[in-house]
Design a protein around this ligand. Structure first.
Ligand code: CO
Length: 137
């Protein structure tokens, strides 16, 4: 059986100071921002730094009640979630639900960059918040 996961789309890192994090990745690794976006629905601003066919996604909250703000408050800066690329987000989400694993999104929704995404609850996935990412065609 082929894996439903076709690529690591991004590794998301929660930070307090987006500009400082962007500057650090630029200074140390020479990595530059390819895309920047405020995702109002999630209360975050993100900066995507390309690494081969994947991204490092630096994430910072845009308001105090955003889930990322709460995460930073509780856990501090660091790895927030891993985004796995899938061909069909709705299908992959259905497979996850039928396996009995807990999901956060009951159905796929719009992500940044015109993607379609769904989150899987870390309680059912060995402690890692997972995002299924379908890249629009
Ligand atoms: Co993400």
């Amino acid at each position: 059986m082929d894996s439903l996961l076709t690529e690591i789309d991004h590794v998301a890192i929660a930070v307090f100071d987006l500009e400082a994090a962007i500057a650090w990745y630029a200074d140390v690794f020479g990595a530059t921002v390819e895309h920047r976006e405020i995702v109002e629905a999630d209360g975050v601003e993100e900066a995507l730094l390309r690494v081969a066919d994947s991204y490092v996604q630096l994430l910072t909250p845009t308001r105090d009640d955003s889930p990322v703000a709460k995460y930073l408050e509780k856990r501090g800066e660091g790895l927030h979630h891993v985004g796995y690329r899938v061909d069909d987000c709705a299908h992959a989400l259905e497979v996850v639900k039928q396996s009995g694993s807990r999901v956060i999104d009951e159905s796929p929704r719009p992500g940044s960059r015109g993607t379609t995404v769904a989150f899987i609850h870390p309680k059912g996935s060995f402690g890692t918040l997972i995002e299924l990412v379908e890249v629009g065609g």
